[in-house]
Design a protein around this ligand. Structure first.
Ligand code: ZN
Length: 592
């Protein structure tokens, strides 16, 4: 069948007003009227975002004739029938500084395809060609994307990337985000494959060689993990290079995975500058994020739940398995910092201890399993509020502990002959490597225990049932003991606890979360109460913080807290609890 390519163009025509123009030309539109739509969500971020709401103007024509467009629902339109090729033009507002949207000003443009490219229904399998048009004026921008240049454009390379790109289908078109501007760029090869690190945002003295060196080690460790024999990078079937595109700001953190690239947000203070030798906690966090998103190239971009193969971008795609795709990725991200030698073993154990402590800090873990948390991601995990720590469990953090617990279980049962690594490689071999070729399916909802059995010989049906589908705590201390490790809890300070989290709001201290069953809950304090005084002394955000004011007291002491609620002064009496044991210490026993 001859599938005529859909021709797209993208032009950042109004950087000052944050407007971008996207067109698509369909040579063989649906005779009864071409239906087009914008995705309602972006894969990897499980929330309906209705990107169509940023479409300010949309029009269609057939040659010189303009065509009527009728809107069918929030994100779908139908173009009036006509004979011959049609072109649809959309002007889109791009001012969302996040890894999930589109952002344009005079300094740069960042575009996720889900925010700018309309889908031609019935033509999803047609190849797409994209022409990138530079912004007006001589801004000296270059383009950075994993999207492959068309074969003709590859021959004529002098356009700084403002050229024509070519992908096999719409799904690929929206999975290669595009950065343009004047970023700091460095490149390296890992196992022979090209990688590019792109940093947008003012970051003086950025130590690019160091970052490239560290990221290369992480990439090589992961490639060799999944492909011990061929050592082949996973993305070479759809891209010439992998691109890490990082937006650097004063205070941000986040990432979103794609098939041959990732979009990241990082804080300036977390990135290393030239001359700085120590690995700061912030830099370790950045490398952990890099490791996480790169691991997704295998786990979720290719090894997928059946519910995501293919994605339905018009509505929620439900799966109970995000604890495998986000949780296992969260387990391996830090583990690959250790395996690649970027951090040492004591640092790794400290990081793992923090992960365990963060799960135990949320009372919500007794109300929701990670399977339920996965299923409800769309309305709960991605719509968190002040009560979320009491109501939710994270399929990231608890999911990573499920991975850890399964890894320890498999290693113990097989006397170190097998591990979770074997399960990952089996899933890669069967479902991942050839995913973008036709005929490979995703992992079914109830299939995972059988895969563990096949890869390792260990029956983990009961464990998976209890840890992923149940709400009790995972018996980590017992599992660690089988490996000669100890897990101990300690309090980080002696200050007694009131059972609440506080946030700063201008100069005021405001209650962010009241933990269920704690003293604050029992007394009736609530989220958003503005703290005024503790036992008659003023609370502020400088020296009289809640912790500082509580430090002189002992567990069991009665105290009075004054707050404003809806501008009304309220008084609460409560009994202080012992300092919470929030620090989890892991140790390798002296003898094992
Ligand atoms: Zn992730």
């Amino acid at each position: 069948m001859n599938r005529k390519p859909i021709l797209y163009s993208l032009e950042p025509f109004d950087p000052a007003g944050h407007r971008v123009r996207a067109t698509l030309t369909i040579a063989d539109p649906t005779p009864s009227g071409q239906v087009i739509s914008m995705p309602a969500w972006i894969p990897g971020s499980y929330l309906i975002r209705d990107f169509s709401r940023q479409v300010e103007a949309i029009s269609a024509r057939c040659g010189r004739q303009s065509l009527a467009i009728k809107k069918l629902d929030n994100h779908t339109w139908r173009v009036a029938p006509c004979q011959g090729a049609i072109t649809i033009t959309a002007d889109i507002y791009a001012w969302d500084l996040s890894v999930r949207g589109a952002h344009l000003d005079e300094s740069h443009g960042f575009f996720n395809g889900t925010s700018v490219f309309l889908k031609a229904h019935g033509h999803e399998d047609h190849p797409c060609e994209l022409k990138l048009i530079p912004p007006p004026g001589r801004l000296g921008w270059s383009v950075h994307t994993s999207m492959p240049l068309s074969s003709r454009a590859r021959l004529a390379q002098s356009s700084k990337g403002f050229s024509v790109y070519s992908v096999p289908d719409y799904d690929a078109l929206i999975d290669h985000p595009i950065e343009m501007g004047r970023p700091q760029v460095t490149r390296f090869t890992a196992c022979g494959a090209q990688h590019e690190l792109v940093f947008t945002g003012v970051t003086p003295g950025l130590d690019l060689p160091r970052i490239a060196r560290d990221v290369k080690r992480i990439c090589e460790a992961q490639i060799r993990f999944f492909e011990p024999t061929s050592q082949q990078a996973p993305f070479l079937d759809c891209a010439q290079k992998y691109v890490f595109m990082t937006m650097v700001t004063g205070d941000s953190y986040g990432g979103l995975e794609h098939r041959a690239s990732t979009a990241l947000m990082a804080s300036r203070k977390d990135l290393p500058t030239i001359g700085q030798e120590k690995t700061s906690d912030g830099y370790q966090t950045f490398l952990g994020l890099v490791s996480h998103e790169y691991f997704h190239t295998w786990n979720v971009k290719r090894i997928k739940p059946a519910a995501f193969a293919p994605y339905n971008l018009a509505k929620e795609n439900y799966t109970e398995l995000l604890w495998i795709f986000e949780g296992f990725t969260s387990y391996y991200d830090d583990l690959f910092l250790l395996r690649s030698g970027v951090i040492d073993q004591p640092t790794y154990l400290k990081t793992l201890g923090k992960q365990i402590a963060s799960v135990w800090a949320s009372p919500g873990r007794a109300k929701q399993s990670v399977a339920e948390s996965s299923f409800d991601a769309w309305t709960r995990y991605y719509k968190q509020d002040e009560n979320s720590p009491n109501a939710l469990v994270s399929y990231y953090t608890k999911g990573s502990l499920v991975a850890l617990a399964l890894d320890l279980t498999i290693r113990h049962a097989t006397h170190g002959q097998h591990s979770l690594d074997d399960v990952m490689r089996l899933m890669w071999n069967r479902f991942g490597r050839d995913f973008y070729q036709s005929g490979v399916r995703g992992i079914r909802e109830n299939e995972f225990p059988a895969l563990v059995r096949e890869a390792t010989g260990v029956d983990v049906r009961n464990e998976v049932q209890a840890w992923a589908y149940g709400r009790n705590d995972i018996p980590l201390a017992k599992l660690f003991a089988q490996h000669g490790m100890t897990m101990q809890w300690a309090a980080t300070s002696k200050t007694p606890s009131v059972g609440m989290r506080v946030r700063k709001q201008s100069e005021q201290q405001v209650i962010a979360t009241v933990f269920e069953h704690g003293p604050a809950h029992q007394a009736g304090l609530s989220a958003n109460d503005v703290l005024i005084a503790i036992n008659g002394l003023k609370v502020d955000s400088v020296s009289n913080t809640v912790d500082a004011l509580l430090a002189p007291y002992q567990p069991g002491d009665r105290i009075t807290i004054h707050v404003f609620r809806r501008d009304e002064l309220r008084q609460f009496e409560l009994t202080l609890a012992p300092a919470a044991q929030t620090e989890c210490k892991l140790n390798l026993a002296a003898t094992s």
